[in-house]
Ligand binder design. Sequence first.
Ligand code: 3HC
Length: 295
Amino acid sequence: MKDINSVTVIGAGLMGSGIVQVAAQANCKVTMVDTSDAALGNGEKLISTSLKRVARKKFDGDEQQQKAFIDKVLANITLSKSAEQAVSEADLVVEAIVENIDVKRTLFTNLDKVAPEHSIFCSNTSSLPISDIAAATSAARQEKFAGLHFFNPVPAMKLVEIVRTNAVSDDVFQSLQDFTTKVGKTPVSCKDTPGFIVNRLLVPYMFEAFRVLDRKEASIKDIDTAMKLGAGMPMGPFELADFVGLDTMKFIVDGWAKEGKIEPALVQPSKSLDDLVSEGHLGRKSGKGFYDYKK
Ligand code: 3HC
């Protein structure tokens, strides 16, 4: 199997731009794709802010080395508004677009026709079954179609889940493990099950925290403090929910409830969360969630 050196990332949002950044830092040639100049510009901005942070830490006090590092990483990144053109030489295609199965399936059906035969296709979905997305491609591609699930903030979080469907070949799985290690992350593998490993455990825990609040058993602040100081979490469940996005949290659990593959008690909705989402309070990105960030 060919080494992964050329990567195309579809989606320039928080996750997509983070994946572009870590691949470019690992010296891969990366094309970042989105549908508008504004979306690509936003992705570039996220990368340059994060790169400055990484450079400052790597070359503390040496501005020249910091600049050389940033320039070298940025030189590995190309922007494109055409996914079809951008995959023409890709060893790996990673999709990080909206969590909509039809949109993802249409994208991959189109890319399957134009990408090189050896290209590995991956989705960074956190909530949709990989095999349902992969089924939109040819049988040959399904052997090269896996989940590659990064965590937010991508440049800082050290884990990648490689989600292996029954169709994925050993060679492809090995290539993805090698790529994950090359970009400085630790891979774990799991079957194509709801939430994979991290979200399967993390999301029900967070929802129970929301329901503790619904039942007025403890305050947001006290639950967060308890989990940080009593369980060693870097963020409490409400801080983390605001960080991930309340709409995302709701989308994941509503999807699981509909699928019916998870114990119903674990996917009980939370009134506090539902109310905030319906009022447009989605967490940090909208300025308010469980906490108010405008103050
Ligand atoms: N770019 C580059 N580096 C970053 C960064 C960024 N955007 N954000 C943080 N970092 C680095 C910092 O430079 C620092 O590095 P160091 O330890 O080597 O010095 C390290 O990360 C810690 O950052 P800070 O000291 O500035 O801040 P904190 O100690 O408060 O850490 C945090 C910030 C890493 C976000 C930490 O609070 C954390 O780990 N929170 C939990 C995040 C989490 O659980 N993410 C997973 C969410 S679930 C998910 O993504 C799945 C999805 O499918 C829903």
